[in-house]
Every structure is written in C-alpha cells, then in structure tokens.
Design a protein around this ligand. Sequence first.
Ligand SMILES: [Ca+2]
Length: 346
Amino acid sequence: MRYTVLLMGLIGILLNIGAAQAKDSIPANPLSFKQWLEELKREAREQGISENTLAVALDGVQPVPKIIELDRRQPEFTQTFAEYIGRRVSPARIELGRKKMAEHQEVLTKVGRDMGVQPRFIAAIWGMETNYGRYTGGYYVIEALATLAYDMRRPAFFRRELLRALEILDQGHIDPKNMKGSWAGAMGQGQFMPSSFFTFAYDYNRDGRKDIWVDQADVFASIANYLKKHGWREDRTWGREVRLPENVEELWEKVKQTEPPRSCRRALKHHSRQLSLKEWSELGVKTIYGSDLPDVGDRDFKASLVMPAGKDGPAYLTYRNFRAILSYNCSNYYALGVSLLSDQLK
Ligand SMILES: [Ca+2]
C-alpha cells in the first residue's frame, strides 16, 4: 500500500502535474501520452490528414508542464478598469501604434477599404493582441494544444482545436516550425484559435496561404474579416464616452436589461438595454463635453450604456461595432481597451 502511494507520488512528480491536479482535482488521463498520441493520430488520419503532416507536426511532441501551470493559474480579478486601461492602453502602446500605422499605412489603407473596417480598429486589435505583432507567443501551437488536449480539464475543446491545427498544416498555410502562438493555442499576430482560422483568416495577397503569422496584409485582412463577419459597419465608430445626468441610480433603473443576450453574456449582462441616441438624449445623457448627443437620423442606430468601473466611474454608450469587438474577446475591459486605443490612433 505504502509503495503504491509512493509510486503514485513519484509518477505525479515525473509528470510534473501532481500538485496542480491535487489542487483542482482534475483527474489524470488514463492513457500514457504516447498511447494518447497514437490514438489522436488515428483520428487525424480518418479525417484525411496526411501521414507526412502527422510525422512533421507530431514527432517529438511532449506535454509542456509550464502550460498546465499557466492553465491552472487563477485569473486576477483585482485589476480595476483604470489599472487595466493604464496598462493596456499605455502611452508607449499608443506611440508604437502610431508608428506602426505610419509604417504600414499603404497596406492598412488598402486592406481597410477592401474589407470595410477602418484601419485604426485593425491596428488597435493588433496592438492589444500582440503589441503590433511583437509578442505572438513563443509556443509551438501543436505542442501547446496537445498538452491541453491530453490534460483532462477541457480535453474535447482542445482536441478539436488540435485537429484543426493539423489541418492548417496539412493545407500548407504555414511551416510547422513557424506555427507559433500563445500557450492556449491562439495563433499569429491576431491570435486566432485554429477553429477561427478556417472561418475568418483571409488570404489577402492571394498566394494560396492564409498567413496570419508573417504576411502583414493577411494579418490585417484576417482581423478585419473577423470584425466584418461579426456585423462591423465601416461608416460607424465603436461608441463614445458620455456624461450622465445626476441621478445615475434612477437612470439605470429605467434602462437596465431584464434578460441579457445569451451570446457573450459575461460582458453584455453589464450593459443597459439598447436605446436610440434620441432616447438617450431624452434621458439626459450628454456628450463628455456637455453638448447634445448627435442626431444620427437612423432608427436602427442603437446604443447600450456600460459603466466598467461602477456608477462613479466613466460611462460609455456603445454601438453595434463594440459588439463586434466583444466577439473577438468577450470582455468589456478588452473591448473598451481596443476602442480607446483606436481613438488614440485616429
Ligand atoms: Ca496569403
């Protein structure tokens, strides 16, 4: 009995995941990694992935303990909105963004026009995701996804993503050694998951490869395509900061939602109902400068109110484009980060 316990402990240490598992009580995979990998290859073969791709992509792949450690790390809830914006929309990031936009002005303008998304929003997402391509994550995506698919916290989700990643390699969009991304498998300069790649990545330069890692036109077009397919309107902006009437509590009672939408509920449950700018004006909402909200003359132009730092903090009216940004990452902090950064890159 004691030897069994010792042996199990030793295995845990060898796998270097014992501590994390004890903490979260996530069971170990009953298969060895090697057995699991063979079984994965079988499924990939059935899906038509070539033997050559499997060999090149998977030979020598091992679970990465560091990734499990990152996966188990509790998210920090302590960051305030002001701290988040201070860090993510820093003067350095704004300055670098302006420089990068100037550097890529020609291709950004062309892609923006063709894809129907203003360049400053493409640049802002690029800046928020990878600091304008400077930090795309140093992990080999196949190995990261294999680690998380073998792990038992969310095996089905990551297995699907892994199979899609193998398909990307099989189609020759990128050389395996260059298929880098975050520890959770978000790839390239716009941080697309493999499943998003097939729906949203865009071969702008028409060389047959959707290269979201290196080719700048493909990177920009893919980000723009993502927004466009989530309802982006190029003749509109994201929203605006507003000044609320004195009694915010009373206003909120009038405009709060009864039933938040099911998609991106995590962020949208903090939004008010969607009202027209005329209705917001009638409720006493003004621009941040104290003037009347613009009359856009469009009955479909709806805005929802969000106060990310509570009722004493800044207030924002957000338009439909804001929801497209939320589709990229369902977090009001994130979408406001992109939005405020885009304003600075105007
Ligand atoms: Ca291409």
